[in-house]
Design a protein around this ligand. Structure first.
Ligand SMILES: O=c1ccn([C@@H]2O[C@H](COP(=O)(O)OP(=O)(O)O)[C@@H](O)[C@H]2O)c(=O)[nH]1
Ligand SMILES: O=C(O)[C@@H](COP(=O)(O)O)O[C@H]1O[C@H](CO)[C@@H](O)[C@H](O)[C@H]1O
Length: 209
């Protein structure tokens, strides 16, 4: 039984190291794979320095394309998907996500922030379906063929597929949060990216897949 952690990352040099360091300490995780989605900062070097296997995409293709690349190269039985901007990740969060999937209780878990920062907790309370923190059976996610162009709609595309062909469960991730786009990229660029995210989500949501 093998487990890979997969982190799509676009300009996450400030936050990715502790995420990788925590993952590397968890015995059941065999490899940590970072797909650097055309970052213009030092994400690749920082991730490599922290012990991750790094695959760099020359152009920024969006979260869906980065995840798709990772899914293609991973040969493990289970994939733990995490964002590169998490703050406060612990081994307990990792086991909460992985255990139900490894135990074959469900095909996928989706982690929902709780008791962390008010704003990110609220966003996930309103829409837990968007969370990027997940564990899933590799053979199931490899069957989804439309992730490449999904961008930020990638979670909705995965949800649609798993709801149709598998089972899923939401798990609480206490005291975990992430940086919001506006915090990472400044208000203007962050807001534009937020609008792009809603557009990507809407596109996938209304498309029949
Ligand atoms: O073009 C992109 C945009 C985002 N990401 C990564 O996808 C994850 C979630 O993105 P982001 O933090 O922007 O989303 P938020 O959590 O703020 O909605 C993070 O690890 C990003 O680095 C990516 O690989 N390519
Ligand atoms: O939770 C949400 O509403 C959004 C936006 O989070 P923020 O408002 O930037 O904290 O973040 C999630 O949605 C994205 C699209 O599905 C995912 O790619 C992210 O992983 C997830 O954190």
């Amino acid at each position: 039984m093998k487990v890979s952690a997969l982190i799509p990352a676009y300009n996450e040099e400030n936050t990715i190291k502790p995420v990788i360091t925590t993952l590397k300490k968890v015995e059941i995780i065999d490899e940590v794979v970072v797909i650097d989605d055309g970052s213009t900062d030092n994400t690749s070097d920082v991730a490599r320095g922290a012990g991750a296997r790094v695959v760099r995409l020359e152009e920024n293709g969006g979260k869906g394309a980065a995840l798709q690349k990772g899914i293609e190269i991973i040969e493990s039985d289970f994939i733990l998907m995490l964002d590169g901007d998490l703050i406060g990740l612990t081994r307990e969060h990792i086991y909460r996500l992985l255990n139900p999937v490894i135990a074959e209780e469900v095909d996928m878990t989706v982690g929902v922030f709780s008791e962390g920062r008010g704003l990110t907790d609220l966003a996930q309370f309103i829409s837990p379906h968007l969370s990027g923190q997940r564990a899933i059976k590799t053979r199931l996610i490899k069957k989804i063929d439309n992730l490449n162009s999904a961008g930020y709609g990638v979670e909705i595309a995965i949800n649609k597929f798993v709801k149709k062909y598998g089972t899923l469960k939401y798990v609480d991730l206490t005291d975990l949060t992430h940086l919001m786009k506006e915090e990472k990229r400044g208000f203007a660029r962050g807001f534009i990216d937020r609008m792009k995210m809603y557009y990507d989500i809407l596109k996938v949501f209304i498309k029949k897949i």
